[in-house]
Each structure stands twice: as C-alpha cells, then as structure tokens.
Design a protein around this ligand. Structure first.
Ligand code: C2E
Ligand code: MG
Ligand code: MG
Ligand code: MG
Length: 295
C-alpha cells in the first residue's frame, strides 16, 4: 500500500514540477554562493609530447561539487553562469586558482609547465581582462610564461580590432594563447593570417580526432593532417584533443603532431593526482590496451 502511495506522490511531483526545471532552479540559486562555499574545483589534464611522452602542459577544467547534484561538468553550469551574470566572478576564481596552483607545484620542486585556462568568448572581449591577468600573476608570483589562455574561434570573430589588441597585449606580457576546438567555429581561414605570431597553438577539435582511422572513411585523417601542416607553416604548436586510443596516437605521430591530450594518457584528475603524474614526468601508454578508465 505504502509503495502505491509513494508512486502516486512521485506522479504528483513530476507533473507539478518538471525535474529539469527544478534542477535549473536549484543550480541557479546555488551558483550565487558556490564560490564562497568553496564548491568549485579544478580537474587537471596533462598535455603530453607525442615523441617523448613527457608532460609539457596542463589544462585546468572547472567542476562544481554540488551538495545535491554531485560533481557537475562545466557544460552544466557555465552557460547558466553567463546568463545570470556570474561568469566574471567565476573567471576571477579560475585565474587565481590556476596561477596559484601552478606556482605551488613549482615551489614544491615539480617540473615547471604552462597551465591553461579556458576563457568564455564573452569575457575575452572585456576591457579589463589583461589588467586582471596581470594582477593575478603579480599576486600569485607566477611567471607569465607559465600561464596559457584557451579561447575559441567564436570569441575572436566578434570584434576583430579589440581581439587583436588584446592578443597583442597578452603576448607583450608573456602569456601564451591557444585556439581551442579548432575547426568547429565559423572563422574563415583568412583569420589565421591575423593570428600568425599572436597565437601559440591550435587545438584540433575532438570531433576530427575521434574519427581517425587507418581507412579514413570520412576524411578526418586528411583534415587533421592539413591542420597540422597549416599550424607548422604558421609557426604554431599543434595539440590533438580527445585522443583515446593508440590507433589515433599512431596516426597523429605519423603526421608529426607534437602534443597530445586525451583519455589515452589521462582523464582530468584532481590536483593531488596530477602532482603525482607531474612528479613522474612521463606517462607511458601500455600496448594496444585502452587506458585505465577509473575515475
Ligand atoms: P575544452 O576546453 O575543449 O576541454 C576539453 C574537454 O574534453 C573537457 O571536458 C575534457 O574533460 C574532455 N576530454 C579530454 N580528453 C578527452 C577524451 O579523450 N575523450 C573525451 N570524450 N573527452 C575528453 P570538460 O572538462 O567537461 O569541459 C568542457 C568544456 O567546458 C571545455 O572544453 C571548456 O570549453 C569549458 N570549460 C572548462 N573549464 C572551464 C572554465 O574554467 N571556464 C570556462 N569559461 N569554461 C570552461
Ligand atoms: Mg580548453
Ligand atoms: Mg577543446
Ligand atoms: Mg570545448
């Protein structure tokens, strides 16, 4: 009997308030206090040299430890944060946390590598961005060459003049820039001319990497190879995102893609686990087996 009534309660609940509506409501109200309550956390994913297997960089990826909904990925709350005007505050946390964590690893004697953070397209156009970055670098005492900003093509389309001058200012202070999710945006190739000398690296989007295979049924290999050559001509570094297996790795090595990021080497991991990886310096991948999938 009690089972029955439980069931009908559930029906009343779902019909009066859709679970997704409730979640959005709950996230929106929680987001306002998430920084104060220390609920954000970075997970760190290594960027690995394809020749030496050495860790050459790290990307800091934000997570929200939500008391009710668990560990939330950025796709679940960054768009919401943008919508309700909290992205600037989160951005401040992101910059400070990444720089101070990287400095802490260096102070602990671990190899010095650049840390990348992702900047929302809208934020990239704000005029105090560079000023904020300079003050965070001063506050945390991190050398600017160990900070990298990842932006997407969308952010560079909006206002060419502002974007180019921001890129130049960042370059002049010594911060690196990479173009994230390359190949998925709407920018034309002519933009690349403007980026030459201003952007340090292109990150080939996972949608191309995912379909790499010996047979190349859809042209992903050819597109990937072309992006790598393009980057080399423009004197940019190139990073393959989302590399999950050794077949993809072999193809990328064959095309001379210098940097690899993906589950094959490591999923994004908490700070203490990343420190262990960085301490070892190299990550070996075992044979043809998919990398361990715990976490
Ligand atoms: P992104 O910058 O392109 O980051 C790469 C995403 O791919 C990450 O998802 C990462 O966990 C995932 N990934 C890495 N290797 C693999 C792989 O081998 N296979 C698969 N299937 N996925 C892989 P995540 O952490 O969920 O982040 C999603 C997006 O959220 C990021 O895309 C970035 O655009 C944004 N984001 C992350 N952190 C921040 C942040 O602090 N601020 C802002 N504004 N956006 C952020
Ligand atoms: Mg990124
Ligand atoms: Mg990406
Ligand atoms: Mg992305």
């Amino acid at each position: 009997k009690s089972k029955e009534s439980g069931k009908s309660n559930y029906h009343i609940y779902t019909s009066s308030m859709n679970i997704q509506t409730y979640k959005t409501f709950s996230l929106e109200s929680g987001l306002r206090n998430a920084i104060e309550l220390n609920q954000f956390e970075f997970y760190y994913q290594p960027k690995v040299c394809s020749r030496t297997n050495q860790i050459v960089g790290v990307e800091a990826l934000i997570r929200w430890n939500h008391p009710e909904w668990g560990l939330l990925s950025p796709d679940e709350f960054i768009p919401l944060a943008e919508e309700i005007g909290l992205i600037a505050e989160i951005g401040k946390w992101v910059k400070y946390q990444a720089c101070s964590q990287n400095k802490a690893w260096q102070d602990a004697g671990l190899p010095a590598i650049p840390i990348s953070i992702n900047i929302s397209p809208l934020r990239f156009l704000e005029k105090n961005l560079v000023k904020n970055i300079i003050s965070v670098l001063e506050e945390t005492k991190l050398d600017p060459e160990y900070l990298e900003i990842e932006i997407t093509e969308t952010s560079v389309l909006e206002n060419e003049k502002v974007v180019l001058s921001t890129l130049d200012e960042l370059k002049s202070i010594g911060v690196r820039i990479s173009l994230d999710d390359f190949g998925t945006g709407y920018s034309s190739l002519s933009y690349l001319k403007l980026f030459k000398g201003r952007i340090n690296a292109l990150k080939i989007d996972r949608s191309f990497i995912k379909d790499l295979s010996e047979k190349d049924p859809d042209g992903s290999n050819f597109i990937t190879k072309t992006i790598i050559e393009l980057a080399q001509h423009l004197k940019m570094n190139v990073v393959a995102e989302g590399v999950e297996n050794t077949e993809q790795l072999q193809i990328l090595k064959h095309y001379n893609c210098e940097t690899i990021q993906g589950y094959l080497f490591s999923k994004p991991v908490p700070a203490d686990e990343f420190a262990v990886l960085l301490g070892k310096g190299k990550i070996e991948v075992s044979g043809n087996h998919a990398h361990d999938t715990k976490n």
